[in-house]
Write a protein that binds this ligand. Structure first.
Ligand SMILES: Cc1cc2nc3c(=O)[nH]c(=O)nc-3n(C[C@H](O)[C@H](O)[C@H](O)COP(=O)(O)OP(=O)(O)OC[C@H]3O[C@@H](n4cnc5c(N)ncnc54)[C@H](O)[C@@H]3O)c2cc1C
Length: 327
């Protein structure tokens, strides 16, 4: 149990939010407004930074930069006394009274822990394409399909998922190819039939170069010298879920490494919550923000219920309503 006097110690908190991306910031705003002593620990690598113009977040008809969203979110949370520290947590352990997080810079203790650590989209193994990330190389058709309408699109991948991406992109453009980048296709017969049915070309050779100017892709060069005009690449190489800390704490993960949660964002470990792309949710900013808010509400409720059990709710110091003389 964290005693009130301990809250003066900057390393002991009622709540720690690990991850200051979209899910973590949304949770922090709710927790701050619930007047919970909250610390956000963040290593500063939110995927939102990769998106120059977010077009699908509610309330921004002209779009908003991912960095701007993060900046505003942190500023908003700070208004409610949420504290922030830049650190990367390496290990975590738990006991009856809470969680101990060991970072590069310090050790932190907390009663409740929210993991909002996100994922990492693996970029394709193509030389010289990093600068195009978020500008003409994308990972997500739900985020970026709309903005590539009618353009020349290459799906880089060799799996069923790559084929499904290509089929899904036909909704936005008639000019779609699949580039396996030298890999042998591993898609199934049904997927091969779909490729044939919709006449989607497949380029199996390795991509040797990407011609791009000012972050805009212009063409893909393949071994043997073939060059294909291309405006946008989508890649489906896979994701790394930042769920190692959850695993160490004994939380249940699914087959892909995503942290299993219930409708209140509770994991299988008491006091441990998870929100955002590290969970099985669709990896979208507005969904991450919603999950962060749900987690914060559940954490606040649980802390309140604990106060009732422990008889530790704040006592009223003096009558706040003045008695009105009877007429
Ligand atoms: C190129 C690109 C474009 C995108 N475009 C869109 C879009 O247009 N619309 C949309 O809705 N979504 C978009 N997304 C997805 C969007 O970025 C994610 O849905 C969103 O960022 C998820 O929020 P999150 O809080 O789960 O994770 P993140 O925002 O990635 O935040 C996770 C945070 O946890 C921190 N962290 C992780 N581990 C540790 C640790 N051990 N110690 C300390 N800190 C840690 C990281 O540094 C990071 O700051 C895009 C993603 C990419 C890559």
């Amino acid at each position: 149990m964290i005693r009130h006097k301990d809250l003066d110690d900057p390393q002991i908190r009622e709540v720690i939010v690990l991850g200051g991306g979209i899910a973590g910031l949304s949770a922090a705003i709710y927790l701050g407004r619930a007047q919970r002593d909250t610390l956000v620990i963040d290593s500063g690598h939110s995927m939102a930074k990769w998106e120059p113009v977010v077009e699908n977040y509610l309330g921004f008809p002209k779009g908003v930069g991912g960095e701007e969203l993060l900046r505003n979110g942190a500023e908003q949370a700070k208004r409610y006394d949420v504290r922030f520290v830049r650190d990367e947590i390496r290990t975590v352990s738990s006991n009856k009274s809470g969680f101990r997080l060991r970072g590069r810079k310090a050790t932190y203790l907390t009663k409740q822990l929210l993991l909002a650590t996100g994922i990492f989209h693996l970029p394709p193994k193509i030389p010289g394409v990093k600068q195009c990330l978020g500008h003409s190389m994308f990972f997500c058709k739900d985020c970026d399909g709309f903005r590539v309408r009618g353009k020349r699109i290459a799906i880089v991948g060799s799996t069923n998922e790559a084929v499904e991406y290509a089929l899904g992109m036909l909704h936005y453009s008639a000019c779609v190819i699949v580039a396996t980048n030298g890999r042998r296709p591993s898609w199934g017969k049904r997927h091969a039939r779909w490729l044939a049915e919709y006449e989607i070309p497949v380029e199996r050779k390795r991509i040797t170069d990407v011609d791009h100017r000012k972050r805009k892709i212009r063409a893909l060069a393949f071994t043997g010298g073939n060059c294909v005009k291309t405006d946008y690449i989508f890649t489906v190489r896979g994701d790394i879920f930042h769920s190692d800390l959850a695993r160490k704490l004994g939380a249940k993960l699914d087959g892909e490494g995503q942290i299993k949660i219930d409708v209140c964002m509770r994991t299988s470990v008491p006091g441990l919550y998870a929100a955002g792309c590290v969970t099985p949710a669709n990896c979208q900013m507005i969904i991450a923000a919603g999950q962060g808010a749900v987690a914060a509400q559940a954490m606040n409720k649980s802390l309140f219920e604990e106060s009732l059990r422990m008889h530790s709710l704040r006592q009223r110091a003096e009558p706040e309503l003045e008695a009105v003389p009877a007429r």
